[in-house]
Design a protein around this ligand. Sequence first.
Ligand SMILES: N[C@@H](CCC(=O)N[C@@H](CS)C(=O)NCC(=O)O)C(=O)O
Length: 129
Amino acid sequence: MNDGHCMITVHHLNNSRSQRILWLLEELGLKYEIKRYERDAKTMLAPPSLRKVHPLGKSPVIEEDGLTVIESGAIIEHLLDSHGNGQLRPAAGTPERRTSLGRCAQAAWHAGQGAIERTVARVRAAVGT
Ligand SMILES: N[C@@H](CCC(=O)N[C@@H](CS)C(=O)NCC(=O)O)C(=O)O
C-alpha cells in the first residue's frame, strides 16, 4: 500500500547510490519523504547521524511501515516486489525475467568494475603513484 498512509522514508546522502532509489520511486509514482544527509567535505563520509538509522551508516536506507531496508539492490527488489505491479521488470518465473537477470548481472559486473577503477584512481592520486 502506498496511498499516503504508508509512507516511505528515504535516507538520502548527497552524491550517492541513493539517487537511484529516488529515480525508482519517481518512476513508480510512489509517495515518499526524503531525509537528507550531507557528506563530510573532507572525508566524504556520511555523518554519524546516519548510524542511528542503521549501524552501517551507509546510504541508501529506506524505512516503510516499520521495516528498514539497506543496500540499494535489496531496496530496489523490495520496492518492485511491494509496489511494482508488474512494472519495470518481467514477471517472476518467466523466460523474460531470466534473460533480464542475465543482463542485470552483466551490467552489475561492469558497474562494479567502474567503481573499482574510480577508487583505485583516487587512491593512486592520493599516494602519488
Ligand atoms: N552496496 C551498498 C553501498 C552503500 C554505500 O557504500 N553507500 C555510500 C554512498 S554510495 C555511503 O554511504 N558512503 C558514505 C560512507 O561510507 O560514510 C548499496 O548499494 O547500497
